[in-house]
Design a protein around this ligand. Structure first.
Ligand SMILES: *[C@@H]1O[C@H](CO)[C@@H](O)[C@H](O)[C@H]1NC(C)=O
Ligand SMILES: *[C@@H]1O[C@H](CO)[C@@H](O)[C@H](O)[C@H]1NC(C)=O
Ligand SMILES: *[C@@H]1O[C@H](CO)[C@@H](O)[C@H](O)[C@H]1NC(C)=O
Ligand SMILES: *[C@@H]1O[C@H](CO)[C@@H](O)[C@H](O)[C@H]1NC(C)=O
Ligand SMILES: *[C@@H]1O[C@H](CO)[C@@H](O)[C@H](O)[C@H]1NC(C)=O
Ligand SMILES: *[C@@H]1O[C@H](CO)[C@@H](O)[C@H](O)[C@H]1NC(C)=O
Length: 522
């Protein structure tokens, strides 16, 4: 008993010494793009994946792995929640991503994280992929709280040329900064470029202030591109995308090592809280893997939304070994209030109610999560491939239209409605499978049939605590739980704002803007 109290006092003492108590830590958030559950070394080694991340593993092992951590299934939505702390139903970004040709963005009435931190005395910098809208100047990252910015305004560029085509007549270079667009980095692989720019940001940060640095890497999104020198350890992988992806992951691991080395030489590392997160699940069509989770990027299956994440801080080296994995439920929308709390910063001008929770005690002191529920999404514009034609009858149950693509998690239960996209369990292609092996890939809802055999099923229920791989659909066994979750979805839906999803705007074409993607209004 005594020794535990002593231990706690000691932990509290460490926190104060390392300036997390009264002072303000540096905050570094690193977002990896399309990085799958089975693509980080510490998961890979248990799930037949050959991905190797020695540096990320060492950071996570000496930090805290978040092992009940959720993100959104695609790019702009996850980023919007990270920056605003709010669900997409409250920002209008329920549907798809922000396309480069759309006059759309994360609404300006959200005072986002960098602006909040800047008003609290932080020097704020961003390097990498924005993807939260740029059609008007006011949506650009340096007009939303970042003192400096260097990176991609949209997504899906070439790693070397930074070229991005929307249609064959609508192409341009995507590399912008608070000093204007630039073509000077043409040819430089983006993992190296963004590591270099992150180091420059660290060098130029005002040393009398705490720093907020947001690094949104292009790695490891498609296209499959990486310098050959990273491919050696993966040459045995026969699947081309997976082999290339291995190299891309290795380059990312090295980039993050370089950035942290620079924080050390700048004498900032001991005062830094580093947060690493995937933006969504792996894209199995482009080398990523989420085995043994079901589904992939762009689905609400666990493979789309259960994210890789960890926190590292020298000050978080807590003594108990079993503290290394945090199994509390944490969601990407929680970072906004959590970072504000870790920095001792008040929310200013905040007229918008947050959906995220302050999880700082959950992360730093192992307090129970403040969250028992996650709204995965309600997307009224999701295009059903099969059910749209099949279900013309009344699909409303407990006030919620079950033909609409939606998902909610509440305690152990997860309810999915509408069509859910790719619902397979996709093995890592490099799995040699020499041992005799019974495939679990047939649809457990319909033994003997492949998955996707029953797209017309509009309501699906899983107990994620007992069945994290979503093998056993139990909606017929627990109709009351289905009803309870539908009532919750209906209540969320009642608070939703209209979806912002404007049509293509021809004025967005880079040919009118010097060959670059950039704002075309104001
Ligand atoms: C598959 O076999 C190769 C060659 O023996 C080996 O290097 C690799 O680690 C194996 N991969 C897995 C996932 O078992
Ligand atoms: C990391 O730094 C080393 C040494 O400066 C350099 O050779 C390498 O290219 C860098 N890698 C990345 C991804 O930035
Ligand atoms: C960081 O803290 C450790 C342990 O207290 C100390 O040994 C090291 O010198 C510190 N490093 C810097 C760069 O301040
Ligand atoms: C917040 O409010 C203060 C005081 O009213 C104002 O000076 C500041 O510009 C506002 N910040 C934002 C981002 O609206
Ligand atoms: C959400 O609410 C709107 C407005 O009441 C309604 O039109 C829509 O059908 C509801 N969506 C679902 C999925 O029930
Ligand atoms: C960028 O540089 C490349 C290579 O020199 C060139 O082909 C391209 O036209 C340049 N783009 C712009 C917008 O200047």
């Amino acid at each position: 008993m005594h020794c535990c109290n002593l231990l706690l006092t000691f932990v509290a003492f460490i926190f104060c010494v390392i300036s997390l108590c009264n002072g303000k830590p540096h905050i570094v958030v690193i977002l990896a793009d399309d990085y799958g559950y089975n693509d980080i070394g510490y998961h890979a080694k248990f799930h037949h994946s050959d991905m190797k991340t020695p540096f990320l593993d060492s950071l996570a092992m000496s930090g805290i792995k978040l092992e009940n951590y959720y993100v959104q299934p695609i790019c702009s939505p996850s980023r919007s929640q990270l920056m605003s702390g709010r669900y997409q139903i409250h920002t209008g970004l329920q549907h798809s991503v922000i396309k480069p040709t759309q006059a759309n963005g994360l609404p300006l009435d959200n005072i986002i994280l960098p602006e909040q931190l800047r008003q609290c005395g932080y020097d704020t910098h961003m390097v990498g992929k924005w993807h939260l809208g740029f059609y008007e100047n006011s949506y650009l990252p340096w007009n939303r709280g970042f003192n400096s910015y260097f990176g991609y305004l949209t997504g899906g560029e070439d790693y070397y040329t930074k070229y991005r085509c929307w249609t064959k007549d609508c192409c341009g270079f995507d590399m912008d900064s608070n000093e204007g667009p630039t073509n000077e980095t043409y040819g430089e692989y983006s993992a190296h470029l963004f590591a270099r720019k992150a180091k420059e940001a660290i060098d130029k940060t005002d040393k009398s202030k705490p720093m907020f640095l947001y690094i949104a890497l292009q790695s490891v999104h498609s296209p499959m591109e990486v310098p050959d020198s990273y491919l050696k350890p993966f040459e045995h992988i026969k699947d081309y995308n997976r082999m290339m992806y291995g190299g891309m992951v290795a380059a990312m691991d090295e980039a993050i090592k370089n950035i942290t080395d620079h924080l050390k030489s700048a004498n900032m590392w001991n005062d830094t809280i580093l947060i690493f997160s995937a933006d969504n699940g792996g894209q199995t069509l482009s080398g990523g893997n989420n085995w043994p989770l079901r589904g992939r990027k762009a689905t609400l299956w666990e493979g789309g939304v259960r994210g890789v994440g960890f926190v590292h801080s020298e000050a978080l080296k807590l003594p108990k070994p079993n503290y290394k994995s945090n199994k509390e439920m944490i969601h990407i929308s929680d970072w906004f209030p959590t970072i504000m709390s870790a920095s001792n910063c008040p929310l200013v001008n905040n007229t918008q109610p947050l959906d995220g929770f302050d999880q700082w005690q959950t992360i730093s002191k192992y307090a129970p999560s403040k969250r028992s529920e996650i709204l995965h999404n309600i997307d009224p514009l999701f295009t059903p491939l099969y059910t749209g034609t099949k279900f013309k009858g009344n699909t409303v149950r407990m006030g919620f239209d079950t033909s609409v693509h939606a998902g909610i998690r509440s305690d152990d239960w997860k309810l999915l409605t509408g069509e859910q996209g790719d619902d397979r369990w996709i093995e890592p292609p490099e799995w040699n499978q020499t041992e005799s092996w019974v495939s679990p890939l047939e649809n457990p809802e319909h033994p003997g049939f492949p998955t996707n055999s029953d797209p017309a099923k509009l309501v699906r229920l899983f107990n994620i605590a007992n069945d994290p791989y979503e093998r056993l659909e139990v909606s017929e066994r627990y109709p009351d739980i289905v009803d309870t979750l539908l009532v919750k979805l209906a209540a969320y839906n009642a608070t939703a704002v209209p979806v912002r999803y404007p049509p293509l705007d021809p004025n967005s074409n880079p040919k009118y803007h010097g060959g670059f993607w950039g704002p075309w209004e104001k």
